[in-house]
Design a protein around this ligand. Sequence first.
Ligand code: DAH
Length: 348
Amino acid sequence: MIKETLEKIEQISEKTLSAIKESVDLDAINDVRVKILGKKGELTAVLKTMGKLSADERPVIGAKANEVREAVERAISEQTAKLKSLHYEARIKSEAIDVTLPGKRMRSGRPHPMSIVLNDLKEIFRSMGYTVVAGPEIEETRYVFDMLNTFEGHPARDESDTFYISDDVVLRTQTSSVQIRTMLENKPPIAIISPGRVFRRDEFDATHSPVFNQCEALVVDKNITFADLKGTLETFMKRLYGDSVKLRFRPHNFPYTEPSAEVDLSCFKCNGQTPDSGYCGFCKNEGWVEMLGAGVVHPQVLRNCGIDPDVYSGFAFGMGLERITMMRYEIDDLRHLYENDIRFLKQF
Ligand code: DAH
């Protein structure tokens, strides 16, 4: 009886050990484990017959059974480790990266031409001692109009030009409102620029947009004259466009400056020489392009802000940033600046 049982155990052991070695995955190993060592497993079944053995046979079989159980468990853990490492190697192989393959080109963004120009402009004015300030886009009529000497009935206040939020609140039509806010909050000497969005009831076309950008400049100090304005604009425009650019001042009227001027720049594209085609679309054969409005701050505007016009004087100007940008890059349609067509933007 004992001999048979020992043989049976030995058979189970051999069969089991080779089944474990042949297992190709962890599930298969587990199946073997259950089949042999589980509650209904083969080895368990043999051990259940031990009751039929005599008292001195039992420990012999018990020891043999333990020996087999240990061997099986050792084989299971060895095979498990082997399968895991094979699996790991296969994964490394399949995930290998060929570093010699050519890379994928990353698409990088570029600054918008308006941002390039605005940054240059800020840099130029900062280097001349100006501070860059901001003001609200939704603004009270007293800052946009009244305190700038633009009283009820003035055409600039017309509802056909201005977006009214209420009787005394508008979307600002000009950055000149920041002049007033600045003078109310600061004592001279003052030297600021204020770039920002402005709003007008205009149709969208090649030269107009209901939303566009301006930059305001204001200087207030003792003995500021029109000559300072001229010198400042010359310096600024030459730094932006190069030394060959020429400025032309034409008399004009703004309610908040006296005297006032509109300032033109010599046409970049044709430089005043009519091109071979016979027509310069940029200046419409004028040779000059209108760039900005400017003037000596009206004494009443200073007074409105609590600044004594007998002691202080100032100059101011306001320019359209789209116009400045279009001039710089010879862009002939305003809409290119807003459409954000990647083929257009890639050029800058
Ligand atoms: N506000 C004017 C406009 O929107 C531009 C302007 C003209 C600003 C004369 C000024 C100035 O500061 O003095 O067309």
